[in-house]
Design a protein around this ligand. Structure first.
Ligand code: PA5
Length: 420
């Protein structure tokens, strides 16, 4: 089985002919994506995974990670936005049982949060990895300072061997690493934060958490090979980009990623960042949000069903069962006897089928992305596929999917308040 999108509203919003025509027209963007290497030449490093995660880079990542895993109780990942989201998405989803606990810092400016985190480090063996492309970003910058001085207070000189930094070659962060003898990992110059998963940025923290990063990279490589087939009538990224654009034209300006496994929450946050920061410019773009069903069926579900018709859903359909808990018959007559002997997995599956059926029957456009299983390999596939689809979507919308001028705006205000 393989990953694929299916469109579920029986031609009510998009007819087969309309889709085929749009797909055929959008083919030129696919062609362009592979041939026009000039246009975004400073941002396309992620297109070719081998450039940054060839065997040598993977060996170094895995070797260093193994060393840290042997000694660390806690590993603090310091970074924000594209610098921490992909690693967090996979680490939170796969929840490896052994190895260090992974904590996050440098992704907020909350005194309460930082205090709680620091006090949870007491008595533990602590390692940190700070990741920043532009080391002027305030959150990781001051998060790093606080953790650095905590490490120095705790370990003295030995602190240096417990700190790894990931920055661009020649950056201030690189110098800091050199001056202090920290381990240095490379943030590729030609990859922006939200596209950086297949590099030291995403893979080193994952490897420390015990994630099989080779399998993840293999998934991305295989997806790349699949998407490179420009003749295909069924290019999964182009298919997705085409449906999204058609739905946007029909007034569906909000895309809601819906999943039934709470472990996918942080993956949906990665996806939200990728699309919102890439597409939301020049008054254009689809606003991405996510819901964790079945919980959110009891809240947002009402709006989805009967609110303004501006939302379409992209369901993540995980095929392979990854856990089991059978509801045993009980001596208390609680009214749930009809579920005796059923597996939670099966019940959740029924909720999934029912929701997608109810929503598409009532006219909500629904896309379904089938994912064979929640694993490193398929995360690699999803990362590459969504990044590529986002690149195509940018071209289809006529915006640059690699910059983020709007993010800079608030920074000017903040810096002037803070006297920078
Ligand atoms: O995708 C992006 O470019 C951003 O979200 C950045 O990753 C984020 O702002 C963090 O930037 P930096 O790594 O420079 O601290």
């Amino acid at each position: 089985s393989k990953m694929d999108f299916a469109y579920m509203d029986a031609g009510r919003h998009i007819t087969a002919e309309e889709y085929e025509q749009a797909y055929a027209e959008n083919r030129k963007f696919l062609e362009e994506a592979y041939t026009d290497s000039e246009r975004y030449k400073d941002s396309l490093g992620w297109l070719e995974p081998e450039e940054w995660v060839g065997e040598e880079a993977l060996d170094r990542i895995v070797k260093k990670a193994e060393q840290v895993r042997r000694d660390a109780d806690v590993f603090v990942l310091v970074g924000v936005g594209g610098s921490n989201q992909a690693a967090r998405a996979v680490i939170k989803a796969l929840q490896m049982e052994d190895g260090p606990e992974i904590l996050y810092a440098g992704n907020n400016i909350s005194a309460h949060y930082v205090n709680k985190m620091l006090s949870s480090l007491e008595g533990k063996s602590v390692y940190i990895n700070v990741i920043a492309k532009n080391f002027e970003t305030l959150e990781p910058g001051i998060g790093f300072r606080v953790l650095r001085s905590w490490q120095e207070g705790r370990y003295g000189k030995e602190a240096n061997s417990r700190i790894a930094v990931t920055g661009t070659t020649g950056s201030r962060l690189h110098e800091i690493a050199r001056e202090n003898g920290y381990d240095f990992f490379v943030f590729p110059d030609n990859i922006g934060g939200r596209y950086s998963v297949l590099s030291d940025v995403g893979l080193y923290p994952m490897a420390v958490a015990g994630i099989d990063v080779r399998a993840l990279v293999q998934g991305a490589r295989d997806m790349k090979a699949e998407l490179s087939d420009r003749e295909s009538e069924d290019n999964i990224a182009l298919k997705y980009a085409t449906y999204r654009k058609l739905l946007l034209e029909k007034g569906y300006a909000i895309e809601m990623m819906a999943f039934f496994e709470p472990q996918l929450h942080y993956f949906s946050k990665w996806w939200i960042q990728l699309f919102a920061e890439s597409e939301g410019k020049q008054g254009k773009g689809i606003y991405p949000v996510s819901v964790s069903y079945s919980e959110d069926l009891h809240s947002v579900g009402q709006y989805v069903q009967e609110g303004q018709p501006i939302i379409f859903e992209t369901f993540l359909d995980v095929e392979k069962q990854n856990a089991s808990i059978v509801l045993e018959a009980d001596h208390v007559d609680d009214g749930f006897g009809y579920l005796d002997g059923k597996d939670f997995w099966e019940i959740n599956r029924a909720a999934f089928e029912a929701t997608i059926g109810a929503h598409s029957d009532s006219g909500i456009p629904c896309l379904k992305l089938t994912v064979p299983e929640i694993s490193e390999y398929y995360f690699g596939q999803m990362f590459y596929m969504f990044e590529f689809a986002c690149y195509l979507s940018g071209s289809i919308l006529g915006i640059n999917p690699f910059d983020q001028p709007g993010v800079e705006n608030y920074k000017g205000y903040m810096f002037s308040r803070l006297g920078k």
